[in-house]
Design a protein around this ligand. Structure first.
Ligand code: ADP
Ligand code: ADP
Length: 231
């Protein structure tokens, strides 16, 4: 179980991007998070993916509070999460190919030896031809790059998938293809999904339940002292 309770988070403490937000994701469950642009969904998604330290609230994973944050939570916990954003933030090294990008999490966790097999397998799963794998991000389409980002998110076989506006820049057929890849992965592995978006039709079709931001975050309510956690 992934539980976020009364989370406040942001980029400067005086104007939190997220205030008093609570969200629970059960193992295997698919939850859609809907809300207008700028309300704080991406920030909360990064907190949920252990990529952004909250300023207040509690975050527990299978009943254990997540501790020892720097900017992010410890890598050993983060490897259980696969994250896809609307727009990939690419590696500083422009020489990296799509195959390198997909393999990055394996390299980062000392599992480089698995890369050739895993990259080939995932490329086929997400619909990237061997030729595309040798290209650099600026040499492929948005859709092809997003396929690679989804492959990268799946490479460590995460139990928790966070898709933040994954398909917002994509056409209908690429959207359908990537949603199908996520669904096949979840069927195979039982992974849970948090899908952030603004398209209710897509989220309702894709997820077990869709929650609106207004029910997730309650800016007016004070954060309960009892739920304060020292991050
Ligand atoms: P959403 O995903 O719902 O569009 P965000 O979480 O991206 O919302 O943004 C919430 C607020 O935080 C916005 O006011 C946005 O401008 C601000 N914000 C988002 N990312 C950053 C950042 N890296 N630095 C400073 N402010 C940010
Ligand atoms: P923060 O303000 O918390 O630093 P960032 O936007 O830097 O928020 O995101 C935190 C982490 O999330 C980054 O260090 C990176 O690992 C990951 N991240 C954020 N946006 C992207 C993106 N578009 N593509 C890939 N990784 C991203």
């Amino acid at each position: 179980m992934l539980e976020l309770r009364s989370i406040t988070a942001g980029y400067d403490r005086r104007t939190p991007a997220v205030q008093n937000a609570s969200l629970t994701l059960a193992p295997g469950e698919a939850v859609g998070l809907l809300g207008p642009s700028g309300c704080g969904k991406s920030t909360l998604a990064k907190v949920a993916a252990l990529l952004h330290r909250p300023d207040a609230g509690t975050l527990t994973l299978d009943g254990t509070p997540v501790r020892h944050w720097r900017h992010r939570a410890p890598r050993a916990l983060r490897t259980a999460f696969g994250v896809v954003f609307q727009q990939p933030r690419l590696s500083a090294d422009p020489r990296l190919t799509l195959a390198d990008l997909i393999a990055e999490p394996l390299r980062a966790t000392g599992r480089r030896a698995e890369a050739p097999d895993r990259v080939a397998e995932l490329a086929s799963t997400v619909g990237l031809t061997p030729d595309l794998l040798t290209r650099r991000p600026h040499e492929v389409s948005d859709g092809q790059l997003q396929r690679a980002c989804l492959a990268r998110a799946l490479v460590l076989r995460p139990r928790w998938l966070i898709c933040d506006e994954m398909t917002a820049m994509l056409d209908a057929s690429t959207t359908a293809a990537l949603v199908a890849v996520v669904e096949a992965y979840r069927t195979e592995t039982g992974a849970a999904l948090l899908a952030v978006g603004h398209d209710r039709t897509l989220l309702d079709r894709w997820c077990d339940r869709t929650v609106h931001w207004d029910t997730v975050a309650a800016p007016g309510a004070p954060t309960a002292k009892a739920s304060q956690q020292n991050f």
